[in-house]
Design a protein around this ligand. Structure first.
Ligand code: M6R
Length: 616
């Protein structure tokens, strides 16, 4: 979704703003812009539809001069992705510029009111009401105090926002505020910075300050940051954290794309996650912040997530129910939010799974669960994210920055993190002995090498990808936890290759999707050596009998599958069936990437998608 950057200091603002926007490209966007203010109070901006590269070209010839500025990547919601609708947006006098991430729900009534008062609008966006409201306040009740004017304007807004504001009458002052959309600030020797996430800041600092909803921060050129809360009291000790990865972690480092890099990083991510987790008394999971008795009392778990994280939830359900014997429901956050009849017990616990920790639907669902009296535990990748801050406890998966829009390393790391949780719960409620927990933990330790083995077989995926080159649709099948791998594989394929992929539990295929199959139709069947292997083999037969081309994911030595299927993506045997999804999915991540590249697409920045979906 939209990205926001801001800077005020001693350097020219435009170069860092452009670099900052480039690091935010991964969030997904379709236009971009910057605006700077010179020390003498001249506003100068450039913006355009398309990529930051195009914006750079325009900036190079326009040469905006100023040491204070704001920048934006826009993911269109209200109004098409055009030059006119790109941010920053100005007020009618052209002296106030605003960038905005989020959605203003009451913009139509505000626009009507402002137009009746003589304001003229130039774009189709919801955002444009904001600079006009700020101008009214700045020249009215706020009496030239930009921060106060921003707060007054924000008081009129409904919806979500992270705002960056500059004004020709206050050169060197940058005001930022947020409600529901992420925003962090940082101070350095050469000035003060703001951004919608830590990615752009990692190149200038390792320490960032978080803003709470409705905080208004005033950043000045000497690097000072003054934060005021909703009651306009100065926040003396705002929340802050250290970025625990090096800026180089967010660079491609020799890979041709971030997706390739992140797929390859999975073994190390799992090793980091597991390190030090086995203690004298079982799994160390202090992040839970629950006593053993409180954990033992949990009688129902609701997992809340979206997209790939939802698929983690499906596998987590299997692990929790098998090991801890606690019933689990997995809910799409966006659906859960509007199910008014949802039932919880006195001891229901909520597990929130979110890579970014900023997904609007997931945050809303977690808040609702808390409102229902449930303890909320978040599994997330992003330090200091809203999900982590609002939860009762949070487990960071430490996978490092995930830049490619299609989630890969977060998927497997979140899965193993949820397994750690399952073991901790099983030990607390007496469904596992410490010895059994230890045995499972050692099984988990085998995962990185099993992943490395699959990664070394990537040529199989490259070869199988050719089967999809000229296709328009495909079917992914699997049973039990492998059905989840099928869902995830299909999601990956459609996200980045724009090839329709439908996933079904294998046994359901004959109840509808089988009608899709004709000669040459590609089917991906996840059929590892497990207790449902033979059932899935029968479903593969049904596909082959109708002319399908079957790409199977199978366990080494499975002669039957090798003889039947046109392509086989081999996985090594895993010590536990529940570990197969973390290993087999790597083939499907690689497959999706090869298909997308064969078809000539940018695998890191698929069209229409955003890395972090911060609007409902
Ligand atoms: O950051 P989250 O895990 O909350 O994001 C949830 C989904 O938006 C995300 O997994 C999405 O489905 C990815 N693009 C999948 O590759």
């Amino acid at each position: 979704m939209c990205g926001v950057v801001g800077y005020t200091g001693t350097k020219q603002a435009a170069p860092w703003l452009l670099d900052g926007l480039q690091t935010l490209e991964y969030r997904g966007y379709d236009s971009a812009g910057i605006q700077v203010v010179s020390p003498s109070g001249n506003l100068h901006g450039v913006k355009c539809a398309g990529r930051v590269a195009a914006l750079r070209e325009r900036a190079a010839s326009a040469n905006p001069v100023g040491t204070c500025g704001i920048g934006h990547t826009r993911w269109a919601t209200h109004g098409a992705p055009t030059d006119k609708n790109a941010h920053p947006h100005l007020d009618g006098t052209g002296r106030i510029a605003v960038v905005h991430n989020g959605i203003i729900e009451n913009f139509q009534e505000l626009k009507r009111e402002l137009m009746a008062a003589g304001h003229e609008f130039r774009s189709d966006t919801d955002t444009e009401v904001i600079p006009h409201l700020i101008q009214e306040a700045f020249n009215g009740p706020a009496k030239g105090d930009l921060a106060l004017a921003v707060r007054n304007a924000a008081d009129r807004l409904e919806g979500s926002w992270a705002l960056g504001v500059i004004c020709a009458d206050c050169p060197g002052t940058l005001v930022v505020t947020r409600n529901g959309s992420p925003l962090v600030v940082a101070t350095t020797e050469d000035g003060a910075y703001a951004a919608s996430d830590v990615m752009p800041l990692a190149s200038v600092t390792s320490h960032v300050v978080q803003l709470n909803d409705y905080d208004v921060a005033t950043l000045t050129a000497d690097g000072t940051i003054v934060i005021r809360d909703r009651d306009w009291r100065v926040v003396e000790s705002p929340g802050s954290f250290d970025i625990d990865w090096d800026a180089s972690a967010a660079k491609m480092g020799g890979y041709s794309d971030f997706m390739a890099k992140e797929i390859s990083e999975q073994p190390e991510a799992i090793e980091r996650l597991l390190a030090g987790r086995l203690g004298k008394h079982g799994i160390e999971l202090d992040e839970l912040k629950l006593t053993r008795e409180e954990l033992a009392a949990v009688d129902k778990i609701v997992i809340i997530a979206c997209g790939t994280s939802y698929h983690v939830g499906l596998v987590a359900k299997a692990a929790i129910e098998r090991w801890a014997k606690v019933p689990v429901e997995v809910e799409y956050a966006s659906e859960f939010n509007y199910n008014e009849d949802y039932l919880v017990t006195d001891h229901t616990m909520c597990l929130v799974i979110t890579q970014s920790g900023e997904t609007a639907d997931t945050l809303a669902a977690a808040r609702r669960m808390r409102g229902m009296g449930c303890n909320v535990f978040a599994i997330t990748n992003v330090l200091g994210s809203t999900a982590a801050r609002e939860a009762d406890g949070a487990l960071y998966i430490q996978a490092g920055p995930e830049v490619a829009v299609a989630s890969t390393k977060a998927y497997t790391a979140q899965m193993i993190a949820s397994y750690l949780f399952a073991l901790r719960l099983a030990l607390a409620n007496g469904n596992m002995t410490p010895e059994e927990v230890e045995k499972h933990y050692h099984d988990f330790e085998a995962v990185p090498d099993l992943m490395r083995e699959v990664l070394s077989r990537r040529w199989q995926d490259k070869q199988a990808a050719r089967r999809f080159r000229d296709k328009v649709s495909s079917l992914f099948l699997g049973r039990n936890v492998s059905a989840t791998t099928a869902y995830e594989g299909a999601l990956k394929l459609k996200e980045i290759s724009y090839l329709h992929a439908e996933a079904y539990p294998s046994g359901e295929m004959k109840h509808g999707p089988i009608s899709l199959i004709e000669s040459g139709f590609p089917v991906v069947a996840v059929v590892p050596a497990d207790h449902v292997h033979d059932k899935t083999v029968s479903n593969i037969q049904e596909c082959l009998a109708r002319g399908a081309v079957v790409v199977a994911v199978a366990t080494d030595g499975d002669e039957r599958v090798a003889k039947m299927c046109q392509e086989v993506l081999w996985i090594p045997p895993c010590p536990d069936q529940l570990l197969v999804p973390a290993v087999s999915v790597i083939h499907l991540q690689l497959l999706a990437r090869y298909v997308a590249r064969d078809r000539g697409y940018d695998v890191d920045k698929p069209r229409n998608l955003a890395k972090s979906v911060t609007v409902e």
